[in-house]
Ligand binder design. Structure first.
Ligand code: SAJ
Length: 410
């Protein structure tokens, strides 16, 4: 029956679009993937993939071979259109750029047929789905509004995408109740978890608020680390003891907040609600400031060393990735910090157990053993598992921003 097995058009075949397309295809739905990049389309049609994600390569290969998944640069017709293109942002305050979403919707417009469903998954400011609905109505007055539209954000963690797409609950917000119902029917094909109906504006805000919430909580931990430093208190002991309270759960301070979402999405709220979003804005500022503060600490340690020893110290940056135990350097505060030190003329080597030395040229990569042996200042920037409990010779100056080795004291 046609209604049970809609033809799905996935617009944008990136980190979210491609795994979603492959998963939908694996449920026996015909999926046509669209991407503006001909290289991506060609790669997928050969049964290969252009991104790194566990188990995805095999699934895409199988789906392409079985004929359930095909890629194209031309927008095809279909029953359900899912837009999963990036929403980049510009400038220091990350002004959201909706041009990819708008261009995707403009490309869908000529192919839209009565009764079709258009879903936006891209992280978007509140009101975007309504705007895109108005745009489609403007471009296709002949349809007389006879199509459906919904917003449904993803919330998957890279590295676990195929699992989390199936097992995470989702909020689904239609432009009207019928749209919400139809969108839920679509996601039921591959989501095993709960699907919560709401309206489009709420669903848009849910995504932004999830990441803003984490940002605010991390900012609280980072603020405590600044206060504790001044007060002569070990922040890790402080948090550990405070967290013994049954209703307190303070997160971990670090060298700032990185990644592609948590440091960016809160700005989408701040822009549109600048008078109200005071806490959210301040949290962003605190988390950004923490990187500068930590860099300053290392710089001061270097100056002291030079005064005492009459030579410049060698600094080991322990960790470069944006969070523990991954190799992803994009938007990494640890990398930004190491760059700041280098830009000040300091000598920096890096230890990044998740990167292969010959694949990275910006910093000289050394092993942890070499760093402990050769460097004068050991700055822990990321709490990678291999750093845990590492014994640093007493002659070295240790700056541990992430509690890799500090607490509980050995
Ligand atoms: N961090 C701290 N202290 C902590 C926890 C994290 O400093 O206690 C830092 C990390 O080191 C890192 C940054 O925060 O620099 C973000 O890391 P993360 O693991 O909290 O999150 P991401 O960016 O990998 O993924 C997030 C997830 N959102 C939430 O947990 C609310 C994920 O579910 C979303 O899908 C993703 O953003 C996204 O795409 O929005």
């Amino acid at each position: 029956m046609k209604q049970d097995k809609p033809v799905v058009v996935m617009v944008g075949l990136g980190y979210i679009g491609l795994p979603t397309a492959a998963l939908v295809a694996s449920r026996g739905l015909h999926v046509k993937g669209v991407d503006v990049n001909p290289g991506v389309v060609e790669t997928i049609n050969q049964g290969k993939i252009h991104i790194v994600e566990p188990d995805l390569a095999g699934l895409v290969k199988r789906m392409v071979e079985e004929g359930y998944l095909e890629a194209t640069t031309e927008m095809p017709e279909g029953d359900v259109f899912v837009v999963a293109v990036p929403t980049p942002s510009r400038g220091e305050e990350h002004v959201p750029d909706l041009s990819y979403v708008e261009s995707a919707v403009r490309n869908v417009a000529p192919k839209l047929r009565r009764g079709n469903l258009v879903i936006i998954e891209s992280t978007s400011p509140v009101g975007t789905t309504e705007k895109m609905h108005a745009l489609l109505n403007e471009l296709r007055p002949d349809l007389e509004g006879d199509f459906h539209m919904a917003y449904c954000p993803e919330r998957v963690l890279p590295g676990r995408v195929l699992y989390e797409l199936q097992h995470n609950d989702r909020a689904i917000g239609g432009i009207d109740e019928e749209s919400t119902r139809r969108a839920i029917d679509f996601y039921r094909h591959f989501v095993k978890a709960e699907l919560y109906p709401t309206n489009a504006r709420t669903a848009e805000m849910v995504k932004l608020v999830e990441n803003a919430s984490r940002d605010v909580q991390i900012a609280f931990a980072n603020e405590l680390s600044l206060i504790s430093d001044k007060a002569g208190i070990n922040v890790w002991e402080l948090i550990d003891l405070a967290n013994k309270h049954p209703r307190v759960n303070i997160l971990r301070p670090g060298t700032g907040v990185g990644g592609h979402c948590i440091a960016i999405d809160p700005w989408f709220i701040v822009h549109d609600y600048s008078d109200e979003a005071r806490l959210i804005r301040t949290a962003r500022e605190i988390n950004n400031y923490k990187t500068l503060w930590a860099a300053e600490k290392v710089k001061n340690a270097a100056l002291e060393f030079e005064k005492e020893h009459g030579r410049k110290p060698l600094i080991a940056a322990m960790g470069l990735a944006f969070k523990p135990d991954i190799d992803d350097l994009r938007e990494s505060p640890a990398l930004a910090l190491a760059r700041m030190l280098k830009a000040q003329g300091l000598d920096v080597v890096a230890v990044e157990p998740n990167l292969e030395g010959d694949r990275y040229e910006e910093f000289q990569l050394v092993t942890a053993g070499e760093a402990l042996d050769k460097a004068d200042i050991i700055a822990f920037l990321v709490a990678h598992t291999p750093f845990k409990g590492m014994k640093v010779p007493e002659s070295k100056k240790v700056l541990d921003f992430v509690n890799a080795v500090t607490y509980p004291a050995k």
